[in-house]
Design a protein around this ligand. Structure first.
Ligand SMILES: [Mn+2]
Length: 432
């Protein structure tokens, strides 16, 4: 059974988290040959964690990269060999198995790897000194205890580089300070590949670190196509719908699987979050039909559920400026200008005056940190269906078409979509 990770984009938003969760559940139900594991590649805010708990779902676990690691290639001993056994008793075993290194135990405790080199050197020294070699010699007389070891999560490539330079034929592998197996040079002949399904994104720059070393097996998304290359043909379901969760629900229908109440809530959360309660211009009829189905399956009232979800995301206060700006921050590069655009949803914009200074300041810090020319934050009032835009200082600010409220703050009545409304406006400014 192979593991297949399902991940949304960096700085995961609701749609990324929820589509990964629900698609993994569906895949685990229709394909028992593989194990599908939903993961996230960014922080989860406490409020989103609480929201998941409140609907009875476990949010995707954090995974910081998909590079192969030493643990992926470890060997586990079949036969356990004890340090108190006579060396000669290994004769048959060495003849048959021919291990370059083999783990030796003292009772239940791993003590070290016995390599053929250690045995050979020990024998040479005996011969050199003309000492008698007797069949009573125990493994512990020959075994050399060494400190060298690998950590289970060491990168495969790093382990390989060390192995190539080392005189040792094997290294024990530890996880959380516990011995879990060992590796020999043979383990590093071929790099293992992890399997991954991308949901809610399709560009490597927005994806999990190490994607270039992995097998992409599927892409489920609703964004423009980036330039990803794969070695084998893969399954893709990319549709211009309001959310990836909508597409995942269509997949449930396609496979005749009925989402349970929790799955329906999770799918609905991703859908109403990306479509701003079906008000965003990205919303299609399919999204509306899907929302209708899901509210029934989830046994909730759409508006009540939406309000609960958006208010669980918390208001904008100065102390969470960083978290709010970075939690859904997308970077675009066009015509030599790099611009980062964050988006957050609120249930009211009344308290903008209280936090605008702090957010403008933090926005500039985020811009510097990411080496960007320009950064902005779109704050959307999901109840009144309007947004304001905060921007850092940049020469193109003067060309922004939206009504300026004050320096670096603009009013965007009716603008709800970063992807369909704000981004095209900004890109056309950059391309002018
Ligand atoms: Mn999405």
């Amino acid at each position: 059974m192979s593991k297949i990770y399902i991940t949304g984009h960096r700085n995961p938003d609701m749609d990324s988290l929820c589509s990964a969760y629900a698609y993994a559940n569906l895949k685990n139900r229709i394909d028992s040959d593989n194990e599908y594991i939903p993961v996230r590649i960014g922080n989860l805010t406490k409020s989103i964690q609480k929201f998941f708990e409140s609907i009875g779902a476990e949010p995707p676990i954090y995974k910081n990269h998909i590079y192969p690691v030493v643990k992926d290639v470890i060997l586990e001993p079949g036969e356990r060999i004890d340090i108190n056994m006579p060396l000669v008793s290994l004769s048959k075993f060495y003849n048959e198995v021919n291990p370059s290194s083999y783990p030796i135990y003292d009772g239940n405790n791993f003590v070290g790897l016995l390599s053929v080199d250690d045995i050979a050197i020990w024998l040479m020294q005996k011969l050199e000194k003309n000492e008698k070699i007797d069949s009573e010699t125990l493994i512990k007389d020959v075994l050399k205890i060494r400190e060298d070891k690998f950590d289970a999560l060491d990168y495969f490539e790093d382990g390989k580089a060390i192995m190539i330079k080392s005189k040792l034929r094997g290294f024990p592998v530890y996880e959380d300070n516990k011995y879990i197996g060992y590796v020999t040079r043979r383990c590093f002949l071929e790099s293992p590949k992890h399997n991954v399904i991308l949901v809610d994104h399709n560009e490597a720059s927005q994806s999990i670190k190490g994607l270039e070393t992995a097998n992409i097996v599927e892409i489920i998304d609703h964004h423009r196509l980036g330039a990803l290359k794969t070695i084998l043909p893969i399954y893709m379901d990319i549709e211009p719908l309001g959310s990836t969760c909508t597409i995942v629900y269509q997949q449930y229908l396609k496979h005749n699987v009925k989402p349970n109440e929790i799955e329906a809530k999770v799918l609905l959360a991703g859908l109403i979050s990306d479509t701003v309660i079906l008000k965003s211009p990205t919303t299609t009829k399919t999204d509306i039909d899907t929302a209708n189905d899901l509210t029934k399956l989830a046994k909730v009232n759409l508006n009540e559920f939406a309000e609960k979800m958006f208010s669980s995301m918390g208001g904008l206060t100065a102390d969470v400026a960083n978290e709010k700006i970075e939690s859904d921050f997308k970077i675009y590069a066009e015509n030599g200008v790099s611009v980062g655009i964050g988006q957050c949803e609120v249930v009211t914009l009344r308290d903008l005056d209280n936090y605008k200074e702090a957010y403008l300041k933090t926005l500039d810090e985020v811009r510097l940190k990411n080496s960007l020319n320009w950064a902005m934050l779109m704050i959307t009032d999901v109840i009144k269906e309007t947004s304001v835009l905060l921007t850092t200082d940049f020469k193109l600010n003067k060309n922004i078409q939206y009504k300026k409220i004050e320096n670096n703050i603009y009013d965007m009545p009716g603008v709800l979509s970063r992807k369909k409304q704000l981004l095209p406006d900004i890109l056309s400014l950059i391309n002018q």
